[in-house]
Design a protein around this ligand. Structure first.
Ligand SMILES: [Zn+2]
Length: 292
């Protein structure tokens, strides 16, 4: 099978169309700062990413004020100060943002799907708890020396209420929307469609945050061309496509997964029509479409 696939890509290499300019970065939904092994892999990736692209990856982080992270820290004996120390280390190599996961009740198991707040099960009764946790996490980052600008949604939970929280908390960049089939949020997809937002177009409501779409497809595959082949299915025939390539810190926990992910970055860096972007580049150059 492997030999066949290698042969396939020799005969039919996957390349991005020359008529498309891809402006992209890499975002980690960062959920295991408390796990020393995952954390050291993440640092390693971010260092390599800087040396290949000259840019910084974005690590949106679940903080110690998230009840699930707090529980894991207690089990592992990791203090809040240690956690903050690791984030300061990570900041040497990557931009830091916030990754929110919210629960209906902290007294029920965090692994219970019905307890996890998603776009499809969010109710008005969940607003006070979600708002309070969001603020507590943002306060924790601030108190530990991090003034954040970027957000990504856990379980792709984004809706008008969440969009309002971004503004309340002075966040200016969001990476929670996607048009791809792996992202399960009917409201968000309808929102994009009703505002005529196409694949790879950023958008903004009035003076609110800039929303940059997510590009999925990091498979950890041994074949970096798999990523390009999958992305090609969604690309328009021409123009600028802006997006954030999305994965988790725990997806690079093994040496093989980390190396396979770096191979994708190296492959993209050989394309003249790919520009890698750090957080600051997205803020400067994303040219968001204004929506009402
Ligand atoms: Zn997550």
């Amino acid at each position: 099978m492997d030999a066949l696939k290698s042969l396939y890509y020799v005969l039919k290499p996957a390349r991005l169309p020359k008529s498309v300019n891809l402006h992209c970065g890499v975002i980690f939904h960062t959920e295991e700062i408390q796990q020393p092994a995952t954390f050291s892999q993440l640092i390693h990736f971010c260092q390599q990413y800087v040396s290949i692209t000259g840019k910084r990856a974005l690590c949106t982080v679940m903080s110690p004020e998230n009840p699930s992270i707090r529980k894991q820290m207690n089990q592992l004996g990791v203090s809040s100060d240690e956690f903050a120390g690791r984030l300061h280390q990570l900041r040497e190599w990557a931009d830091i943002g916030y990754h929110g996961h919210f629960w209906k009740s902290v007294d029920k198991p965090f692994s219970e799907p019905g307890n996890q707040i998603k776009a499809g099960n969010f109710e008005a009764a969940d607003e006070p708890g979600t708002r309070a946790q969001f603020k507590a996490e943002m306060d924790w980052f601030q108190q530990n020396g991090f003034t954040l600008r970027s957000y990504s949604a856990g379980w792709w939970f984004v809706n008008p209420f969440l969009m309002k929280l971004l503004g309340e908390n002075h966040l200016v960049l969001d990476f929670s929307f996607s048009q791809q089939p792996w992202v399960n949020n009917t409201w968000a997809k309808n929102f994009l469609a009703s505002n005529n937002i196409m694949f790879g177009q950023s958008f903004r409501e009035k003076t609110g945050p800039v929303f940059v779409q997510t590009l999925m497809g990091f498979t950890g595959s041994n074949y970096p061309m798999d990523f390009v082949r999958i992305l090609n299915r969604f690309l328009p025939s021409q123009g600028v496509v802006t997006g954030m390539i999305t994965t988790h810190d725990y997806n690079i926990a093994s040496a093989r997964e980390l190396e396979n992910t770096l191979k994708v970055i190296r492959l993209l860096s050989t394309h003249l029509n790919v520009a890698f972007c750090s957080e600051a580049d997205f803020l400067r150059t994303s040219a968001p479409i204004p929506i009402e």
